[in-house]
Design a protein around this ligand. Structure first.
Ligand code: ADP
Ligand code: 5GP
Length: 206
């Protein structure tokens, strides 16, 4: 049965739990494609180049940006990040769903290109807990943590237009909410436009 690929965008302040939730969703639904972003940030020890991110120099990034390679791009916490357009369109064209973990400015831009997506905003239970989680993650310098905390307030003010808000207090409950948003989106009639005709033609709905 022909189906249309779904765009699921997970957004929210650094430390809100986006990567944790995205990993859980990809594990349960391995058929979902992940949009690997490009970034000028240095790789973290555990990151796999080409899988977590494509790591580029500033010049390489700007060359691609000028060539129109990105569906959206933004400067986030002092580094450049961008979503390649064509790989996403290829995955969607093949009827596969695509998951994005991008910042708020990027999500706003992406909505212009991919308005039919589901845009989900992950919120921390409080700014104090967000700070504790950023420190507990032990990935960022004190300066980077302060920068990310300051940005969190601005990002939360932008959350009004999203399709869903998920407070990540208990990780399991937040994950249940995210998978519900995803599953509900896959049930929209527009996702499988030929299903009724197929049934009425005496064929299988699946
Ligand atoms: P983001 O991708 O949004 O920056 P992460 O997924 O890296 O956030 O989460 C930030 C830190 O908080 C990580 O150390 C992660 O293990 C932890 N974390 C995420 N969700 C929860 C939660 N619900 N309860 C406690 N710790 C959490
Ligand atoms: P990190 O450096 O912690 O992996 O990510 C920092 C921020 O950049 C996160 O909010 C993440 O969602 C965002 N980000 C990652 N990839 C992209 C992208 O392609 N575009 C935009 N706009 N933001 C991104």
């Amino acid at each position: 049965m022909e189906r249309t690929g779904l765009v699921l965008v997970v957004c929210g302040p650094s430390g809100a739990g986006k990567s944790s939730l995205v990993r859980m969703l990809m594990k349960e639904f391995p058929q979902i494609g992940y949009s690997t972003s490009c970034t000028t940030r240095s790789p973290r020890a555990y990151e796999v180049p080409g899988q977590d991110y494509t790591f580029l120099s500033h010049e390489e990034f700007l060359d691609l940006q000028r060539a129109g390679y990105f569906a959206e791009w933004a400067s986030v916490y002092g580094n450049l990040y961008g979503t390649p357009l064509n790989p996403t369109l290829d995955i969607l064209g093949a009827g596969k769903d695509v998951l994005f973990d991008i910042d708020v400015q990027g999500a706003l831009q992406l909505r212009l290109t991919l308005p039919a997506g589901r845009y989900v905003f992950i919120l921390p239970p409080s700014l104090k807990i967000l700070e504790e989680r950023l420190r507990g993650r032990a990935l960022d310098s004190e300066e980077a943590i302060q920068q990310r905390l300051a940005a969190a307030r601005t990002e939360i003010r932008e959350a009004g237009w999203f399709d869903a808000w998920i407070v990540n207090d208990d990780l399991g409950q937040a994950y249940d909410a995210l998978r519900s948003v995803y599953i509900a989106a896959t049930l929209a009639p527009g996702r499988r436009p030929l299903i009724l005709k197929s049934l009425l033609d005496g064929k299988s709905a699946s």
